[in-house]
Design a protein around this ligand. Structure first.
Ligand code: NBG
Length: 808
């Protein structure tokens, strides 16, 4: 065994545990934790054993981090998010502990394949899309930077639904990530809080006392999140709802069996499912209860931890920064005020001010349908005391700003507006890209911004380079390390030192080789899973994200149809072969998005069976897009589709991941595309389309769509093919609604941007043919996007919003 030692070339700060030690621990867990003999162990058994062996190695740095935070009396950051889209954890933990190669060797010695084991882990899909994935990247960076922090969310029994296709249509089924034991979490029966709903408020000795009608326990489960090189670990604490047994028993004893059962049912329901919709405010009482449930548990946990260290509640803002990820945890303000004032007898206005000094809020969208509003009567029914406090906060703000415009009120026309509540209870409000922040100041929060000109700040999103470059793209990350050394993983702006190499043919050859290796791997996977042949020589053109009208997958598939028609017309021309890859889920109730999915699949069927298209055009839509699929697709991409209607995509984070992995963007001036383009350079970004301002102006023309269609032979022809049933021969009218909508409404300006998009795609075809130019552009994307690391973003939050510092 002594001869088998780790063969890593990187420097690291950890003691070298070695292959033999890890192998021994895997064996031990297999035997004593799983109760299995190696001869009968399944992949699951090996995965659990390896995960537990790796988890063991996280515990010491985790404890050390906690001890250090106490010793240094550091401020802690609390990231409250209804979604954490973490994906698989095994690979991540192994990489951050620099144990991946060691684990590979240890398993190989046991005749087990590391990749198979890693891929056996179910994705923890506790989120819908960008917002939830951002929260996961931020956890990684908080730990990497040694910022003392907790993530707080819900331990949903069922994560985001599983997507299948039947006859091209999306069908949803329940996801069950917890059907197998979760290797990473530690149950914390002692961290349990009784959370109330409903009931009434009474006055007792001059203080308000809330008597909830029903209660559930929030019970914590902790997952340690280890940072890069294992120097620091924070905690992700997810709350699971459990029935309050004692309360049930009383009711039971009173003979009220039904009510007793109700409590139990309610409890189970609260943490059962993630709402599968990220862009519409849910008018559901259960959603409100989920939000209050996890926020209240988290705030109580925060105050309890604070009190264990300090008795003077006025010190709270020096020790506590609470970040509200979107408005879902916006009840944190009133809840903290309630705890300070009602439970701890702090003067009410002091409680409001103190709570504001702790809280800040990130806005993630300007789409009006996504801004949460709760019916006032529902809010009063579910949270009567909070409603009183919201009224107080609103009235006080009105008094402090006489003559404030009526619509900045938190409560208006019988609705409680969570955006306004979050704004008014926070000391900082941030947008997620420069453009989004500017538009926020000019639109949704225009008047509040005038009243509070210092409150809104910008923190452009970032993504973790550990998952999104180092681990998902080994061929490229090896090349980068070989070229500029290893420091880039923890300091991504060092990628800039690749710049001179982007003119070196030998480097570009290797860069192209890495891309090719990833494309072959993806091609093999596509063949196995969906049976489609994707030629690695072709351009891999990828759009992966939630299906939404503003993201304009429809424009992409119409362009595909137009291209198909053009190739058929002149098959002998020198076409650049393309594989169009789509991935993404539609919210189950979002009818238009589901039609777009069906259209893409219908178009794929026709194009892929057209012999003329062989070697020229292929369309693939693998079902059930998730974090793990993204890790396969992004490294293999040649072209990144970021084509939203300008002004609608708050930031985007997929755009950053693609650029990092050497896939230039075809995109509009929207969200973080603007900043990506500034950094990679206009020559290395394929820009098209109307700007946010032009979009607004264009919409003023009532005939914008019809005019654009009439002016564009390509678009007219493509729409004609959709309308005449070419892609739905068994039901020619299938897409009439969709086409009508484009002619007569087209709110997202697919038609007005189409020609520019089509023309830019043909330009991209040309650049792709010139191999040297293409790989220079691709490599420049990798070299220049270091700024989009979530480490930079978290540093920004620490300095400008939380006033928190690293404890490393
Ligand atoms: C999304 C935006 C994206 C952005 C992510 C993360 C919501 C509500 N918003 O553009 O649409 O990148 O948030 O900030 O999910």
């Amino acid at each position: 065994m002594d001869t088998i030692i780790a063969h890593r070339s990187v420097d690291h700060d950890l003691p070298e545990p070695g292959v033999a030690a890890l192998q021994e621990d895997i064996d031990r867990h297999l035997k004593y934790s799983l109760g299995k003999d190696a001869a009968h162990a399944s992949i699951y058994d090996w995965r659990m054993s390896l995960s537990l062996a790796i988890r063991d190695r996280i515990v010491d740095p985790w404890f050390a981090s906690t001890r250090r935070t106490y010793e240094l009396e550091r401020k802690r950051v609390y990231y409250l998010s209804l979604e954490f889209l973490i994906g698989r954890l095994l690979g991540d933990a192994a990489v951050n502990l620099q144990l991946d190669d060691i684990a590979r060797d240890a398993l190989a010695n046991l005749n087990v394949d590391y990749e198979t084991v890693v891929h056996d882990e179910p994705d923890a899909a506790l989120g819908n899309g960008g917002l939830g994935r951002l929260a996961a990247c931020y956890l990684d960076s908080l730990s990497t930077l040694g910022c003392p922090a907790y993530g707080y969310g819900i331990r949903y029994e069922h994560g985001l639904f599983r997507q299948g296709f039947e006859g091209g249509r999306q069908v949803e089924s329940a996801e069950a990530w917890l059907s197998q034991r979760n290797a990473w979490e530690f149950e914390r029966p002692e961290a349990a809080y009784e959370i109330g709903f409903g009931g009434h408020v009474s006055k007792e000795n001059g203080a308000a006392v809330w008597h909830p009608e029903e209660t559930v326990f929030a019970s914590g489960y902790d997952t340690p999140i280890i940072g890069w090189k294992g120097r620091w670990a924070n905690t992700l604490r997810l709350w699971s709802a459990k029935p309050t047994k004692l309360f049930d028993l009383q009711k039971f004893n009173q003979g009220d069996y039904l009510a007793a059962a109700e409590t139990e049912a309610l409890a189970r329901t609260i943490s059962r499912v993630l709402y599968p919709d990220d862009t519409t405010g849910q008018g559901k009482e259960l959603r409100l209860k989920q939000e209050y449930f996890f926020t209240a548990a988290s705030v109580r946990d925060i105050v309890r931890r604070f009190k264990s260290e300090c008795s003077d509640l006025r010190q709270l803002p020096n020790r506590v920064a609470i970040q509200m990820n979107d408005t879902h945890p916006a009840i944190a303000g009133p809840e903290l005020v309630r705890i300070l004032h009602d439970d701890n007898r702090m003067e009410l206005n002091e409680a409001v001010d103190l709570s504001q000094a702790c809280l800040s809020y990130t806005n993630h969208t300007l789409l009006p349908e996504a801004l949460e509003r709760w019916p006032e009567d529902m809010m009063r029914r579910v949270l009567p005391r909070h409603m009183d406090l919201i009224e107080h906060i609103d009235a006080r703000h009105a008094r402090q700003h006489p003559g404030r415009p009526a619509h900045v009120a938190i409560i208006e026309h019988g609705a409680v507006k969570m955006g306004e509540l979050a704004f008014l209870t926070s000391h900082r409000v941030n947008g997620v890209s420069a453009l989004h922040t500017r538009l926020m100041k000019e639109s949704v929060f225009r008047d509040l911004h005038r009243l509070h000109p210092d409150r809104i700040v910008s923190q452009t999103n970032g993504v973790t380079p550990r998952r999104w470059l180092w681990s998902c793209n080994r061929p490229l990350s090896r090349l980068i390390t070989e070229t500029i050394g290893e420091g880039w993983v923890g300091d991504l702006e060092r990628l800039d030192t690749l710049t001179p190499h982007t003119d070196d043919p030998a480097f570009l050859e290797k860069f192209a080789g890495a891309k090719r290796q990833n494309k072959i791997a993806l091609s093999n996977w596509l063949k196995e899973t969906v049976g489609v042949t994707a030629d690695p020589e072709a351009m891999f053109d990828i759009q992966i994200k939630r299906i939404h009208e503003y993201k304009r997958q429809l424009m992409n598939i119409i362009e595909t149809i137009a291209l198909w028609a053009a190739i058929r017309e002149d098959p002998g021309a020198d076409w650049t072969p393309r594989v169009k890859i789509f991935g993404g889920k539609a919210a189950p109730g979002y009818a238009v998005a589901k039609e777009v999915i069906r259209l893409i699949n219908d178009v794929a069927t026709v194009i892929n069976s057209d012999p003329v298209m062989e070697g020229r055009l292929t369309v693939v839509y693998p079902p059930n897009y998730n974090v793990s699929m993204a890790e396969r697709l992004i490294p293999a991409a040649d072209l990144s589709e970021q084509i939203s209607t300008a002004g609608k995509e708050a930031s985007g984070t997929g755009n950053m991941k693609f650029a990092m992995n050497g896939a230039p963007t075809i995109g509009t001036l929207d969200g973080a595309n603007v900043e990506i383009r500034e950094r990679v350079g206009a020559d290395n970004f394929f820009l098209f389309g109307l700007t946010a301002e032009e979009v607004e102006r264009r919409r003023q023309d009532p005939d914008h769509a019809r005019e654009a269609i009439e002016a564009s032979p390509q678009l007219s022809r493509a729409l004609g093919l959709i309308a005449d049933g070419t892609f739905s021969p068994d039901e020619p009218q299938r897409y009439h609604g969709l086409v009508d909508q484009l002619y007569n409404h087209d709110y997202f300006l697919v038609c007005s941007d189409f020609d520019a998009y089509y023309a830019m795609q043909r330009h991209v075809d040309g650049v792709f043919k010139s191999r040297d130019t293409w790989f220079h552009v691709a490599a420049m994307n990798t070299a220049k996007v270091g700024w989009f690391s979530s480490d930079r973003a978290i540093r920004g939050y620490m300095e400008e919003i939380w006033e928190a510092s690293s404890a490393l």
